[in-house]
Design a protein around this ligand. Structure first.
Ligand code: BES
Ligand code: MN
Ligand code: ZN
Length: 533
């Protein structure tokens, strides 16, 4: 039997394996968590977020009086440091609790979300079923946004990373607040009650999508092969309201997606290209193209990675996760936009039939590439996905996201993702959205000279320069060749942001970075451009 036939048979076999996508949750979360926004009284268990400003002393004095404790001592002990928590038990008032929550000096959206996520994560086992949150000290104009931050944070704090694969968890009693039918009452100034209402739906959409994406990102590679991912995305599309088309391996080969095929062919789990669509085509609807790297596991291929941290490479689909999350949120919020998405999904494995260093492949665009390093696989699959998406439709804005290089982490660490674009306008808009929601971006250079190291002697391009410098920029320059010179294209290297150390897990874990950034960018761009073309 010729080798290629065996290959196809293995792929066929993989296709009929049972998929475990049903284990992932529904995109709608905590449907039973009742949220109330009111200017009236709240439950006796109340969270009071406190900023380190000139009013702190006075507010603490009032709280001390309410609880019947000494004001000076409370002022001395509670400094409202970020995430600082202190519980007061008012004397003679059964079940009453005052949770003082520090916010630090400023109170941005992300600070508040982070404080409440931390709070609900740390206290969830002890919180009663009904809690109130007093936001009356904040400016009326900020209340809708702050309410959204609080609710998103609380919901994310209830996320349990070990929920899916640990045994024995069913026997443990579910803490009151995590259980269904818990109630959160947000206390706001009267003038803000009406305006704050949409925050409920927004927080539910964001946190719901994010928690599902956290599950997906944290899932091990054997639970999210490309085909399992395809099933999961199809299911999410059905639930949330976006279309999903799966291009299977036979068509990937037939249609000439040679780069995606080459990266996937070393694995018995075949690659897929997922095409997503939300919103109808119409002259007045702005169109955004979103492409996300979906390497479900990256061993490096024949250019094998060292083993020490290889298990983290289950997160090499962080770009895909961000794109998916944005589709889930946009569809649930019924944003007046059109999104078209492409997710190239593959497992980058070591095998006798895997692509080899030095192999020349023909990409979907027709350009040939010398694969000088099989570990630079992300740019290969993205090259095909970008070209394929653009062949079908030209979006007004094109953005790709990828956990693309270790180099971006060495350059700017874990505080921002790398932003690569030649469009100043797009750079400014994306940076503004990132700053507003705390999912920050830092712009990197894209000068032409950086592209010269990608010249190959035998093909149109090579995928790795061979030089251990400016690798994240070379990668961006490589991708540029496949964007049909789209004038409003940005590449986001999210390698340092998608999977990170946090207070919520023992080791690195998913962050759901990019969902809010993309969604808020899309909303902002739509509001400021009547048409994207
Ligand atoms: N998936 C990795 C990049 C990565 C590294 C993501 C660390 C998250 C954390 C990517 O496919 C890769 O292997 N990149 C190589 C590129 C090199 C061969 C040019 C890298 O960064 O070392
Ligand atoms: Mn790699
Ligand atoms: Zn990779």
């Amino acid at each position: 039997m010729p080798v290629y036939q065996i290959f196809i048979q293995i792929f066929e076999h993989a296709r009929i394996k049972p998929f475990l996508c049903g284990q992932f949750g529904s995109p709608r979360f905590n449907r039973d968590m009742t949220i109330i926004i009111t200017d009236q009284n709240t439950p006796v268990a109340q969270v009071i977020p406190l900023v380190q400003d000139e009013r702190l002393k006075e507010i603490l004095a009032g709280l001390a009086q309410r609880a019947g404790v000494d004001a000076a001592t409370l002022q001395q002990d509670f400094r409202a440091e970020p995430k600082e928590g202190l519980i007061l038990y008012p004397a003679g008032q059964p079940d009453s609790r005052l949770y003082l929550l520090g916010l630090g000096k400023k109170c941005s959206f992300s600070d508040l979300q982070a404080a409440f996520r931390s709070f609900s994560h740390r206290f969830k086992a002890k919180l009663p079923q009904n809690i109130g949150i007093d936001l009356r000290q904040f400016p009326v104009a900020d209340i809708p946004r702050l309410t959204e931050a609080v609710l998103t944070g609380i919901s994310l704090g209830l996320y349990e990373i070990g929920r899916r694969f640990r045994t024995g968890t069913e026997d443990k009693p579910v803490p009151e607040f995590s259980a269904d039918h818990s109630q959160v009452t947000i206390l706001v100034p009267s003038e803000a009650v009406f305006a704050a209402h949409p925050a409920i739906q927004r927080a539910q959409a964001f946190a719901g999508a994010a928690k599902n994406i956290l599950d997906l990102m944290n899932a091990p590679g054997n639970f999210k092969t490309p085909l399992m991912l395809a099933d999961w995305v199809t299911e999410q599309g059905r639930e949330c309201g976006f279309k999903v088309r799966t291009v299977h391996v036979e068509d990937i080969e037939k249609e000439g997606l040679g780069a995606l095929y080459a990266v996937g062919k070393g694995s018995p789990n075949p690659p897929v290209l997922l095409l997503l669509e939300y919103g109808e085509k119409s002259a007045s609807t702005p169109v955004f193209g979103l492409v996300g790297k979906g390497i479900t596991f990256d061993t490096g291929g024949i250019s094998l990675k060292p083993s020490a941290n290889m298990h983290y490479m289950k997160s090499d689909m962080g770009g895909a996760a961000a794109v998916l999350g944005a589709f889930m949120v946009a569809a649930q919020l019924k944003l007046p936009v059109r999104l078209i998405g492409a997710i190239p999904a593959a497992e980058n494995m070591v095998d006798g039939i895997a692509v080899k260093p030095g192999d020349v492949i023909t990409t979907y665009s027709g350009k040939t590439v010398e694969v000088t390093d099989t570990d630079a696989e992300g740019r290969l699959v993205l090259a095909d996905a970008l070209a394929y998406l653009l062949k079908e439709e030209t979006p007004g804005v094109l953005i790709d996201l990828a956990t693309l290089t270790g180099s971006i982490i060495r350059a700017i660490g874990t505080q921002a993702a790398g932003l690569f674009t030649s469009s100043d306008e797009l750079a400014a808009a994306l940076t503004t959205s990132g700053d507003a929601c705390g999912e920050r971006l830092w712009r990197m250079p894209m000068w032409e000279e950086y592209g010269s190291d990608l010249k190959s002697d035998v093909a149109d391009l090579r995928n790795y320069t061979g030089k251990p410098m400016a690798e994240s920029i070379s990668a961006a320059k490589f991708l540029e060749h496949f964007t049909a010179a789209h004038p409003v294209w940005a590449h986001l290297d999210i390698a340092g942001m998608a999977f990170a150390d946090s207070e919520f897990a023992q080791t690195k874990s998913a962050t759901a970075y990019g969902i809010r950034l993309l969604t808020e960018f899309v909303e902002h761009w739509t509001a400021t451009h009547s048409s994207t073309d």
